[in-house]
Design a protein around this ligand. Structure first.
Ligand code: FE2
Length: 158
C-alpha cells in the first residue's frame, strides 16, 4: 500500500473511502444521465433544458473527480470503470428515445434526489471523521438539493 501521511487513523480512512466509493459510481451514473437528457429532450422548452442539463453534467463531472481524488488523498484507489458502474447501478434508466422536457426532467430529478439521499446517508455514516470529507459531501448536497428545488419549481403549473 502507498505511504499515507494524512493524520487520520487507517480505520477511519477506510470507512471514509468506503463511503466515498459508494457515491462515486452513482455520481458517474448522474453524469451519463444528464448528458443523455441534454441530447434527448425535445419540445418548446428544448433550449433552456438542453443547456441546464449540460451545466449539471459539468458540475457532476467535477463531483466525480473530487470524490475520487479525496479517496486517493486518504490512500485508496477509486473503482470508476464501466464495469464498476454496471455491476451495481442505482438509478432508474431514463425513458428511451426523444422525450418531452416534462417527463425527462422528472426522471432526472428523481435520479438527483436518489443520489442526494445517498450523500446525506454517507454524511450520517462518516460525518465527523474528517472535516475535509464533511465539507466535500456537504457542498455536493447543498448543490444537489438546490437543483432539486429548481427542477421542482418547473414542474409547478399554477
Ligand atoms: Fe452538447
Amino acid at each position: 500500500m502507498m505511504m499515507n501521511r494524512v493524520s487520520i487513523p487507517l480505520e477511519d480512512r477506510t470507512k471514509l473511502s468506503g463511503a466515498l466509493q459508494g457515491l462515486l459510481n452513482p455520481l458517474q451514473e448522474l453524469v451519463l444521465q444528464t448528458k443523455q437528457a441534454h441530447w434527448a429532450v425535445v419540445g418548446e422548452e428544448f433550449q433552456s433544458f438542453h443547456l441546464n442539463m449540460d451545466e449539471l453534467n459539468a458540475a457532476y463531472g467535477l463531483f466525480v473527480d473530487s470524490v475520487a481524488e479525496r479517496m486517493l488523498a486518504l490512500g485508496f484507489v477509486p473503482a470508476g470503470q464501466v464495469g464498476d458502474i454496471a455491476a451495481k447501478p442505482v438509478l432508474s434508466a431514463l425513458p428511451e428515445g426523444f422525450v418531452q422536457k416534462g417527463p425527462l426532467m422528472s426522471a432526472v430529478a428523481d435520479s438527483i434526489g436518489a443520489v442526494a439521499a445517498r450523500v446525506r446517508a454517507a454524511l450520517a455514516a462518516v460525518g465527523g471523521l474528517d472535516v475535509v470529507t464533511d465539507d466535500l459531501l456537504t457542498e455536493m448536497l447543498q448543490s444537489m438539493e438546490k437543483t432539486l428545488w429548481m427542477l421542482a419549481a418547473q414542474e409547478v403549473h399554477a
